[in-house]
Design a protein around this ligand. Structure first.
Ligand SMILES: Nc1ncnc2c1ncn2[C@@H]1O[C@H](COP(=O)(O)OP(=O)(O)OP(=O)(O)O)[C@@H](O)[C@H]1O
Ligand SMILES: Nc1nc(=O)c2ncn([C@H]3C[C@H](O)[C@@H](CO)O3)c2[nH]1
Length: 213
């Protein structure tokens, strides 16, 4: 890789609970900074709707599907060596979602161990983002935004599920060892309010300056 190519490469990722605003912010930042955007598999996901119908039956299948599709995105991000922003990271698969399903008894011990072992085999091939942006939101905000988006199959999501995910997110982000920026979004409407979007961009600009100067 040449030096100029190295400078072009910046990999940003947005983490956060369901409905926190990751996809929306990914789109807005990709437009603003002219980064290529990577989204998670939702509309073309073969398991998601079945999973919300019967989590116990489909948890392992869905987690393996997300793991493989996020690993593919990661490989491409690193291979292409461009500037990217990714909607949700591979770390959240195991640290948040699979762990929660196991803790809730919706994934068996042997499936969780099998899945975690696969993730740990992949770990050495992963490049962490230059900056991880964590969107923190309280459960009432998440509920409002999930309802506003109105995906049919997400109507089965329970408050307890979101609360558990939020607890795991807080634990994970406090341990996350690489560069991170935490944004409290409960009173920040970067979707409809340009001034709020400007505040988010400003926070990222400040961190970018520190990271790449
Ligand atoms: N800060 C915000 N203020 C007001 N509305 C928001 C905000 N962030 C997102 N929204 C709205 O909430 C809904 C969910 O947002 P979005 O799809 O971006 O969430 P997400 O984090 O990508 O969700 P998922 O985890 O399911 O992929 C959308 O209708 C979006 O317009
Ligand atoms: N179980 C589970 N594991 C994951 O790794 C994962 N990643 C995203 N999702 C769900 C949340 C939204 O409904 C929808 C879009 O984010 O997909 C997941 N669900």
């Amino acid at each position: 890789m040449t030096d100029s190519k190295k400078q072009d490469f910046s990999y940003y990722a947005i983490a956060g609970n369901i409905g926190a605003g990751k996809s929306s912010l990914t789109t807005l930042l990709a437009q603003h900074f002219k980064w290529k955007a990577y989204y998670e598999s939702v509309d073309d996901n073969p398991y998601l709707s079945d999973f919300y119908d019967d989590m116990r039956r489909w948890s392992f299948n869905l987690q393996v599907y997300f793991l493989s599709s996020r690993f593919r995105s990661q490989k491409e991000i690193v291979r292409t060596q461009n500037s990217f922003i990714q909607d949700r990271t591979i770390y959240e698969d195991v640290e948040i979602f699979a762990k929660n399903l196991y803790q809730m008894g919706l994934m068996s011990k042997r499936d969780f161990e099998n899945y975690s072992n696969l993730f740990h085999e992949m770990l050495e091939f992963l490049t962490p983002p230059n900056l991880l942006i964590y969107l923190r939101a309280e459960v009432p905000t998440l509920v409002r935004q999930i309802q506003q988006r109105g995906r049919d199959y997400e109507s089965t999501i329970r408050i307890e599920y979101l609360e558990r995910l939020n607890t795991l997110y807080e634990d994970w982000i406090s341990r996350y060892p690489y560069e991170k920026l935490i944004i409290d979004t409960d009173h920040l409407d970067f979707v409809n309010n340009k001034e709020d979007l400007g505040k988010v961009i400003e926070m990222i600009e400040q961190r970018r300056f520190g990271l790449f100067s």
